[in-house]
Ligand binder design. Structure first.
Ligand code: ZN
Length: 72
């Protein structure tokens, strides 16, 4: 006793898993997560802000349109 239905159930599961594995293996990588976007390295402690960042002087302009110009 106890071997009948339970055994069947387990077999059923195993087969399902096998099927799933096969299915996944056959997909041409479409199911895979896309590569994460390249992370821009953050330069910590770099003195200069990015050209498109708000100017650190507080003018509200972009750095390239404010103090970056003045520096030239
Ligand atoms: Zn500025």
């Amino acid at each position: 006793m106890g071997k009948g239905p339970a055994d069947n159930f387990e077999r059923h599961f195993e087969r399902n898993r096998e099927k799933e594995a096969l299915h996944k293996a056959r997909l041409p990588g479409e199911d895979d997560d896309p590569l994460p976007p390249p992370v821009e390295p953050i330069k910590k402690g770099s003195a200069e802000p990015g050209r498109n960042d708000p100017c650190p002087c507080g003018s509200g302009k972009k750095y390239k349109q404010c103090c970056l110009k003045k520096k030239d």
